[in-house]
Design a protein around this ligand. Structure first.
Ligand code: ADP
Ligand code: MG
Length: 211
């Protein structure tokens, strides 16, 4: 059983979205996936999972809400991947979840406003040597400027941090899909499917294959 978490200092950077993208990609490959939602204010994953069930979208992706790591530990039996979505803040629970995880994804936008707190959190988490080698950044909700993307990649490389090769591009269509219980490569739009497939391959590799 593997645990992969999405953490961050900020809201709105794509944590809950990418958690659902990974969960769907793994479920479509036949894995038994649990989405663990620690964001009790938003419950994005819980709501989405219910919408998915209501709309009859297969495969089902089970989502449960958790307040503590202890409760999560008690629920993981029978699953081979647990995808954890967290709140947009970095507290003690963030560190505990990161310690428990095999991979810790930090989605971030390309702007310095997004990168600054993300790099700060990554450095803070990496002080714990048991977390440092699990941290992977994801360039998320990336707009169309190649220049901004290159600067962001350079900034991350200079900080000595790892980042996924593929990006999560900003496209309104992804939002529309989430609203009906889909995620990523389940899109009806071929272009969106293609864009999602690239990052899904990266996420799946780190979540499941790279053991
Ligand atoms: N690739 C994307 N393109 C456009 N909108 C996106 C994309 N990914 C996520 N969003 C939207 O951005 C908002 C914040 O995403 P969310 O995953 O909830 O962030 P977080 O969990 O980090 O707060 C949501 O409204 C979501 O639908
Ligand atoms: Mg969220």
């Amino acid at each position: 059983m593997r645990i992969v978490s999405f953490v961050g200092q900020k809201g709105g950077v794509g944590k809950s979205t990418l958690a659902r993208v990974l969960a769907v990609a793994a479920a479509r490959k036949g894995h038994k996936v649990l989405l663990g939602d620690f964001d009790l204010e938003q419950l994005s994953c819980i709501e989405w999972s219910a919408t998915r069930l209501r709309n009859g979208i297969e495969p089902d992706v089970e989502a449960r809400s958790f307040k503590s790591l202890k409760k999560l530990r008690q629920s993981v039996e029978g699953f081979d991947l647990v995808v954890v979505d967290t709140r947009g803040l970095a507290d003690e629970l963030t560190t505990d979840i990161s310690l428990e995880s095999d991979v810790v994804f930090l989605p971030t936008g390309t702007s310095m406003d997004d990168l600054r707190p993300t790099l700060a959190l990554a450095r803070r988490l990496a002080k714990n040597r048991k977390i440092g080698n699990k941290i992977v950044l994801i360039l998320s909700k990336v707009g169309r400027s190649n220049r901004l993307l290159e600067i962001a990649r350079e900034t991350i490389a200079n900080a000595g941090l790892e980042v996924l090769d593929n990006i999560w591009p900003e496209r309104d269509g992804f939002q529309a899909d989430l609203d009906i219980g889909k995620a990523g490569s389940e899109s009806n739009n071929a272009y969106l499917r293609e864009a999602a497939a690239l990052i899904e391959a990266d996420l799946l590799y780190l979540a499941l294959d790279n053991q």
